[in-house]
Design a protein. Sequence first.
Length: 419
Amino acid sequence: MDGYIVNGGRPLSGEVEISGAKNAALAVLAATVITDTVSVIDNVPDIYDVNITLEILRDLGARVEKIGKNSVSIDTRSVDRFDVVHEKARSMRASYYFLGALIGRFGKAGVVLPGGCNLGPRPIDQHLKMFKLLGCSVEGEYGSVTVSTDRLTGGQVFFDIVSVGATINGILTAVRAEGLTVLENVAKEPHIVDVANFLNAAGADIRGAGTDIIKIRGVKEFKSVHYSVVPDQIEAGTYMVAGPATGGKIKVSRIIPKHLESVSAKLESVGCTLEEGDDYIVVSPAKTLVSTTIRTMPHPGFPTDMQPQFATLLCTANGTSAVYENIWDSRFRYTDELVRMGADIHVDGKVAVISGVPRLYPAQLRCWDLRAGAAMIIAAAMAEGVSTITDIHHVERGYENVVDKMRALGLDITRADIQ
Ligand code: EPZ
């Protein structure tokens, strides 16, 4: 089985360049379908989930050409299918963006019901509610979903909960709908703004992305664009935590520091020092790492996708920390791995209480999901000695060149066959 062997115990330090954002790229790539033209997208991370999305686009009939490691040309004029049946679509949550992307072009769209990281129940009721409010009928809510309409019409959608996916699907659906759509109580993550920026550059009329209300006036014609995906704030945050967790000083570059405000503020509150430039942040480790409380929230709150990595750092902080997971029902399974490394963590429902210990010890670790996998690399780097990490396909879904980047920061990490 593919895995990582990590000989930890040394500070990770130096500079790391951040890739394009996975969660923005997945949405922008799906959005190219609506435009019915040729798009060139740069800063696309070369990761598993992106490659599956490109395969889905090819399956639908798009002409997809990689024009560099991180650039892709997508001609969606030739798309002639409205259903996503690719066997791997089920393994990727973001495949549901094709519902929103295809409905505006064909009046019909179908996908196998999405999976993705195993974070507990992942309902899509808010997506379905939105489709219905914009004039669609929805069939087969289990196993696969088909959405169809004779006339896609603008409408008013108030989401019951703040959902990244439902917000993006709402934008995708409304850009070609007749008239005005108003989406309320929407998510404000940088990838929401990114997909709106891409579509606006291509001729859409979307206002308010990044605020609580997004207004979209449907248009019929789009034009070719050359667009670059935003930097990945979660990848950046992961390296910002990996440095101080191991006592090292890290510079993360090619980022938008504003996207990381909640993570930066937490690093300062545990004793780290930060220096911020236009497109970089330098994190110096704390003299004494101190405990804190974390509550995951929709953006601009502390991101759930940084919760496992930050909780790992807190394992060796002085005092007792509390980590509240408010987005996903099941995102603490990785804590069992940390406990086997000597961490003192008690999970009760949505909260993990972490009492700091002086050090972590090496162990045989497994990745439970993408961000938990990143946390395992950080934990193995913190522990002096040799740890092994299995189920690394989770990590490689979302972190570009993670082994090379970690190595460049001084981590002794090797990808190997682990029995
Ligand atoms: C996106 O998932 C991200 N995935 C996730 O990143 C991230 O954890 C999540 O947003 C929250 O920030 C992608 O962008 C591909 P949601 P998404 O809809 O859109 C509930 C990572 O590690 N909900 O904002 O699926 C849901 O159960 C991944 O990169 C409903 O109840 O998340 C959850 O509790 C993992 N009904 C909450 O809302 C719905 O119809 C937020 O989910 C939709 C969601």
